[in-house]
Design a protein around this ligand. Structure first.
Ligand code: FAD
Ligand code: SIN
Length: 535
């Protein structure tokens, strides 16, 4: 079956929804189709806690300070032009989502916003809604998108692959100039049909890939599908070695997927990291102590845990104002209580967990990928904002700024694109129903094990080589399964996760230095010569 649309957006997080709203409002004659693989509200966006970083209080803060904090966290690899764009355009984008109904907490004056602080920020500049900022943004954007008649949302539709000249029979390689995107093959999960969605413009907004690791704050939808699809379509992918581990996920002995996040905003509110004997230790690693940028704090915790042989360290909130803590962090409080920890009296056990993918689909200042007609927005991209390490609360901001710039570019250029009707429908000949789901679940476990053991916070040549060899085996087995069985979301996600695992491992092995989120014991120092890993 074929469906046609003007703009096809893959993903319903902050990136996909903001772009859908802006494009649909800017030209009401355009048909905007948004597809999402589970319910509309399920996304990384929905779980964001800390908030959105933006220069708001001009008496104390200014663009230059936010730019410098972002560059400092990014450890020499940020694109300064992009950092300036995002920091300067960000506050207008925040105002826009406030106009669409998003609420942020006000301070005692009830007029000004209550601006929080997080690691690496020199000023209080985080707008938040309690510890549920992402949920509030997701709610407001969905309400806005769903009231627009020219936005059509398909839930439980799983994007399988991007359509290019390859599907017209041409041999496409990474060196082919002028690769074009004509839409995507999409699986309707409810009845199993594969639909050929033909579009003038396609946008990947499928988010991150935290599920390549055992411990992650990312929900199960975060399987890197859009990045893997773009890589298969021979688009350029950049800086995949920079995987951000959040220093403070809640340690729950019962095990959870995803693990629950204890927001950095809690440290911004005054909480202190302590080792197993209750001593502070962060002063030994950075003068900003518990509020140093994430790469530094996560590595410090990892190191302390290795020295002590412990499974977690502690976050101490016991000295904080009790009412204030509950008012700011009700969800974190309730979650801790649910596993028998009272943050008012007990130290919270915390452990680093994979949180954010800094690398992704290479895009320019208007979100254009290396494939013509294909844009990308949000966590699935590498824009140059984050460099080697993302500054806390800069990603929601990045998604909004780029959604705006992409919508502008689409409106100005969509007339140059056409619907490519010659694309054939998906071919299922020679495939059979999958008989053993255990093959998929077991391979998925193995992948997480490999990535967590060999491509985690601390890396080395030997570990990366081992990861490669194991990944190769998994890749071969999974491709064999993919070629011979009827498509299922589980199999496609596994295939995408293996691709992401490979891209992270390969990029890590290319970087023969330690910088930002990439630390290797074989090359512990930074080189003077700085370059990006592009695949
Ligand atoms: P997502 O919000 O992840 O949305 C991706 C969408 O794509 C989902 O709807 C998904 O279902 C869909 N999708 C994926 N694959 C497919 C497919 N094959 N077919 C169809 N649909 C597909 N950042 C901040 O700036 N501030 C914070 O305070 C903050 N806190 C965070 C807390 C947590 C626990 C987590 C996990 C992240 C946090 N982040 C925060 C990061 C931030 O939330 C994400 O980077 C951001 O929300 C990503 O938005 P996105 O729209 O790019 O992707
Ligand atoms: C947090 O609340 O600690 C997460 C913020 C972020 O990832 O930007």
């Amino acid at each position: 079956m074929k469906k046609t649309t003007d703009v096809l957006i893959l993903g319903s997080g902050i990136a996909g929804l903001t772009l859908a709203i802006k494009t649909a409002l800017a030209d009401t004659s355009l048909k905007v189709t948004l597809i999402t693989k589970t319910e509309q509200e399920e996304s990384n966006t929905r779980y964001a806690q800390g908030g959105v970083a933006a220069v708001w209080n001009k008496d104390k803060d200014n663009h230059q300070k936010h730019i410098e904090d972002t560059l400092d966290a990014g450890d020499g690899l940020c694109n300064e032009k992009i950092v300036e764009i995002v920091v300067k355009e960000g506050p207008d984008r925040v105002r826009e989502i406030i106009d669409w109904g998003t609420r942020f907490d006000k301070n005692k004056s009830k007029i000004d916003y209550d601006l929080g602080k997080e690691g690496g920020h020199s000023e209080n500049r985080i707008l938040h809604f309690k510890d549920l900022t992402g949920w509030e943004i997701q709610r407001a954007l969905m309400a806005k998108a769903n009231e627009l008649p020219n936005v059509e949302v398909y839930e439980h539709y799983f994007a399988l692959d991007l359509l290019t000249q390859h599907h017209l029979g041409y041999n496409i390689t990474r060196a082919t100039p002028n690769i074009k995107c004509f839409g995507a093959y999409v699986l309707d999960k409810k009845d199993g049909d594969i639909i050929t969605f033909l579009s003038k413009i396609t946008v990947v907004a499928t988010g991150g890939a935290g599920q390549i690791y055992k411990n992650t704050t990312n929900p199960v939808i975060a399987t890197g599908d859009g990045i893997a699809m773009t890589y298969r379509a021979k688009g350029r992918i950049e800086s995949m070695e920079f995987v951000q581990f959040h220093p403070t996920a809640l340690f729950n002995p019962a095990g959870e997927n995803p693990v629950f996040l204890v927001s950095e905003a809690v440290r911004g509110y005054g909480a202190i990291l302590r080792d197993n004997s209750g001593e502070e230790f962060m002063h030994r690693y950075d003068k900003r102590k518990s509020l140093a940028p994430r790469d530094i704090v996560a590595r410090a915790i990892d190191n302390e845990m290795k020295i002590n042989g412990s499974e977690h360290l502690y976050l101490d909130c016991t000295h904080l104002d009790k009412e204030g803590f509950y008012a700011h962090f009700p969800t974190i409080h309730d979650k801790c209580m649910s596993i028998g920890i009272n943050p008012k009296k007990d130290y919270i056990p915390v452990v680093p967990a994979c949180h954010y993918l800094c690398g992704g689909i290479q895009v320019d200042a208007f979100g254009r990928s290396s494939i013509d007609g294909l844009y990308a927005c949000g966590e699935s991209t590498y824009t140059g904002l984050h460099g080697a390490n993302r500054l806390a609360s800069n990603s929601l901001l990045e998604a909004m700024v780029f959604a705006h710039r992409i919508h502008d570019d689409i409106i100005n250029n969509i007339d140059k694109y056409h619907i490519e009707n010659r694309i054939p429908n998906w071919n299922t000949i020679g495939t059979t129903e999958p008989k053993e789901m255990v093959l998929i679940t077991q391979s998925s476990k193995e992948l997480k094990e490999i990535m967590s053991s060999y491509v985690g916070i601390v890396r080395s040549n030997v570990r990366l080589k081992r990861a490669f060899d194991r990944l190769k085996l998994l890749y071969d087995e999974t491709e064999q399964l993919y070629r011979s069985t009827i498509i299922s979301p589980q199999l496609c996600e596994l295939r995408n996760l293996i691709t992401i695992g490979y891209l992270v491992t390969y990029s890590a092995s290319m970087r023969r230095e330690s910088r930002g989120l990439h630390f290797t014991t074989d090359y512990p120092d930074k080189f003077d010569f700085i370059d990006h890993t592009i695949l």
